[in-house]
Design a protein around this ligand. Sequence first.
Ligand SMILES: Nc1ncnc2c1ncn2[C@@H]1O[C@H](COP(=O)(O)OP(=O)(O)OP(=O)(O)O)[C@@H](O)[C@H]1O
Length: 711
Amino acid sequence: MSGNADVALYLPKQLNRRLRKLPPEVRELTTSFFAKFNEDFRRNAIHLEPIRQVKDRRLRTARLNQAWRAILLQADDQEFVLLDVAPHDEAYRRIKVISWGVNPTFANFEVSYLDELQLPVQAQALGSPAAERHSAGVFDPYTDAQLSELGIRPELLPALRPLATEEEVLALAEGLDDRIAQIVVDLASGVAYETVMDQITRPGASSDEIDVSDIAAALRNPASQVTSTDAAVAKMIDAGFEAWQLFLHPDQRKLVDRSYNGPARVAGGPGTGKTVVALHRTARLARALEVGGNDRILLTTYNKRLKSDLERRLGKLLDDAARARVDVVNIDRLALDIARELTGERRRPVWNDDELRDLWQQVLDAADETGFEAAFLLEEWREVILAGFITSKSAYLAAERPGRGTRLGKAQRARVWDLVERYLALLTAEQVWSGEQICMAAALAENARAWTGKRRYRHIVVDEAQDLSAVHWRLLRMLCPETTDDLFIAGDNFQRIYRQPLRMAPLGIDIQGRSRNLTLSYRTTRQILDKAMLVMSDAEADPVDEDATDLSGYRSVLSGAEPRFLPQRDERSEMRAVIDQVLSWADRGAERNSIVVCMPNAKSVPRYVDALQAAGVPAVAVRDDIPEGDSVHVTTINGLKGTEYHRVVLTEVGADRYPRRFATSLADADPVAHAQALERERNLLFVAFTRACRDLTVVWSGEPSPLLRQG
Ligand SMILES: Nc1ncnc2c1ncn2[C@@H]1O[C@H](COP(=O)(O)OP(=O)(O)OP(=O)(O)O)[C@@H](O)[C@H]1O
């Protein structure tokens, strides 16, 4: 409290999510209201008054400005809780959906908002079949007394009883107090009554005598999750709380809380919350680090945009001290920083795959060699030679080549080795680095450091792990000691778009027996998911995954419109169809930045930005950072990794453009590499489809890509 030290206005954590949905001006008004109220709540400008229509005199309204009211609960003379903010004439209506009180089991002050049931209503409006609504209530198997014994306040039971689907339970749970949400979601997803009692109720139950009328005492219980200092309130309102921060599905929670005797993995289809689990697990490990110690945590991924997103979201889960113990860095950046530390070279450029492939082509041309493709050599060098720490010709001749499709005899290997030496000489002559070299140099340096007993990190958490290469894993293995909870890996092999399948155990990362699959999508509607699964219907299970996972059981509780497939005659009408789709969403009130237009080829991005702008739609090309402001985003599918949008238009997936030429060029030279490249192209479509939360439209000209399945 900053002003009058005796006055406290509390902000419940649960209210924050509601505040986030309000315009920023209202959030600002709320923050300044806190400061003013704590200074002197009796001043006239606050207008603290009882609400005429309700009997309970403890309920009051106060004025945020002419148009907006704060709804307050007076706990005692000097202590208040902000229950809600609402437009002036809606305050009374809002009160009816707020359920508050002291919990008779846990002794905390609890606030729930019961109008969070909009989700199923929305789903119905969008046309989900009535047959999917069961008449039996989800909580029918339990008596009121049993539910109360678990710690659910009797006042909440009338809201729970009518719930008939997991979808409805999840929607309601969003508005509930954290712990009650956990209990309710656990029960609804089939966790046994006794288990919920043992895991949630008993550990949290208060052993003191509880006076449910003493709100002020309950507010002081830390479990009440209320904040009253101005700075903390301002930070909280500013940051906002989102559903993923507040409660986890029991399957997710187990993965966050468990201790593992070695590297562990969370797998599962798109949108099942792997990133959410990775974030919560990082936060839990960070909170558990010894205070004042030197141990650090690395949270890493491949994609730069996802890294920025992880950074932003982790900040919401941790206080500053714990946050300072975690490095969120994209893996190639980390490797480069270590290599620069090592060599003192700060300026040497790093070439990307296209540039490196060109360099391989130069090597092939200079050697007059036609027996190998540049793309093949790049992979051989990366996945076999560097990943295997191979530094001599004799070692390469004898090397195992795990995961590689083509067999190479001795004579062929000798030729490859000769080409590798030429390639290295060219890299040196050009004064450039390849990303792999950097990773290996960093891994070797870290290996040396390990001899001194010092590792850079105590725990490592990896998101979108399917796109890391063998050398990345070598480096990660060196960065932390082989011990409990060393590496936690989140990934979905069906979304692999950069690499070939990889065996992890030979790289020192054995997840066997420690891999779990999440199956419930929180992002995508059933209708979109069905189409995405059709695209994957020809996909093979990962041939080298030690703990093979598949997409069985992958499902969604959300329902919405059918995805639209819009074939067009030619490129002009294709672009027109994309623009029309965007305009029609915008006309129906969609925020522009809820829409993304995506395509396989980066060269088309500026064309679409220009065309949208010309049609009067503000549009922006998206690369590593998420742009501010209300524009339609335009990007490649690769640029969408790990992200989501309410509305997605996927374009340029006609047969003459997709799969892309480089994926088909290997057909004769290397059938295995060709099959892998096609698999990645298919996965890329799967990624594009599953970025959409609500609406998906697919547009192409000419024949559709053979990888598209429309059902
Ligand atoms: N327990 C939860 N409660 C509410 N929302 C959740 C929960 N878990 C995940 N979500 C939401 O579901 C969406 C997908 O989650 P997330 O990005 O973690 O999935 P993912 O498995 O990493 O997806 P992808 O593989 O496509 O990157 C996000 O909007 C996230 O906030």
